[in-house]
Design a protein around this ligand. Structure first.
Ligand SMILES: [Fe+2]
Length: 355
């Protein structure tokens, strides 16, 4: 379905939605260059066919956020489809090639995509602004908005992102959402500003209250999708704990952990990232022991000596480590906490790292 190059639209990219379902995947093409936005795992083969048939080279796969309702492409599937994986800096995923932040530009052929950081649905939510249009992810839907009750969700931040960033775009900007459950394809900023019942005439406090009382059930596959999408591991590589157990792990802030480390009997830090992340851009905390997620179960006997010691589990963004902390608590470790927002928070607080 060609939907972006219609007469009268000022969209310079050719935009195409590939799934024709509730969950939308967009192909943005500029000549023979292209990016795929929010691909769904089950459809990987069909995306490959579309690209091959048209002789299109994939420059990048961009995820607008860590999805909870479908499986994202894994490392191998992304590699086969080609192109680097791009996500916001707050993404927990270990195999992102390029992390972007607000205002960054992603060049595709002769065109350029502007990244808008729009946290709220998830901390790593971004919208992609192109000429005349915005791919709004799950931040702004047609007549709705993405739920904020998953881990890291924040309705207040979402209200600010929509009303300050998206609603300040020109009124005729076309809005392409990541989901629609009523078969609609696009909207405009003007339409959403005036008729989206979540925002029109509502204050920030109204919105926060509304989102807290939606009473939505959790998606059927959330446990599988979220923990797989956050960690980059499959369910047969890591025995993921139940979501409820993950949610009950106590969180510790970076500054609280830093002061605990300077007191007598400091906690042991268990870093569950991949070896390349441990020595990579964010570095690691001095004294941390590295036990990647998929090695944790096997290493439990070796960690048994620490069963009564305070453990703080650390990863990139605090998602993988929350699962790992729940696994440790379940295995009998008595005092396990999770470093809230992981090494991202530690580095943002300018605390010392080693590489
Ligand atoms: Fe989502």
């Amino acid at each position: 379905m060609k939907i972006g190059s219609a007469e009268g639209l000022t969209v310079a990219f050719a935009i195409e939605e590939l799934n024709a379902g509730n969950c939308k995947t967009y192909l943005l093409c500029s000549g023979t260059h292209a990016v795929l936005v929010d691909p769904v795992r089950e459809r990987t083969e069909s995306y490959g066919r579309v690209l091959a048939e048209r002789g299109i080279r994939l420059d990048a796969i961009i995820e607008t956020h860590t999805h909870a309702d479908h499986l994202m492409l894994n490392r191998e599937q992304s590699r086969r489809l080609g192109g680097q994986v791009i996500m916001h800096r707050d993404s927990p995923l270990p195999f992102v090639h390029r992390h972007v932040t607000d205002g960054d530009r992603i060049e595709v052929g002769k065109e350029s995509i502007e990244v808008l950081h729009t946290p709220g649905h998830t901390p790593d939510s971004i919208c992609l602004r192109i000429s005349g249009a915005v791919l709004a992810g799950d931040t702004l839907l047609i007549g709705g908005s993405g739920r904020c009750d998953f881990p890291g969700g924040d309705a207040g931040k979402q209200y600010d992102a929509v009303t300050r960033k998206l609603f300040s775009l020109p009124d005729d900007t076309v809005v392409w959402p990541a989901h629609d459950y009523k078969g609609r394809t696009s909207s405009t900023i003007e339409q959403e500003k005036h008729s989206n019942p979540r925002f029109a005439g509502r204050s920030r406090a109204d919105y926060v209250e509304l989102m807290a009382n939606l009473g939505l059930s959790y998606p059927d596959r959330i446990q599988e999708a979220l923990q797989v999408n956050q960690s980059g591991f499959e369910g047969d590589e890591v025995a993921f704990p139940p979501v409820r157990a993950v949610a009950s792990v106590p969180e510790m802030s970076a500054t609280a952990l830093c002061s605990r480390l300077h007191q007598p009997e400091p906690p042991l830090i268990v870093d569950v990232r991949e070896p390349e992340e441990f020595v990579g851009e964010l570095g690691h905390i001095q004294g941390a022991i590295l036990v990647p997620m998929d090695a944790l179960e096997k290493r439990l006997p070796k960690l048994a000596g620490y069963v009564d010691r305070e453990l703080v589990v650390v990863c990139r963004a605090g998602a993988r480590s929350a699962s790992a902390a729940a696994m440790l608590a379940n295995a009998g470790f008595a005092h396990v906490a999770n470093l809230s927002r992981g090494m991202l928070a530690w580095v943002e607080a300018s605390l010392p790292v080693q590489r």
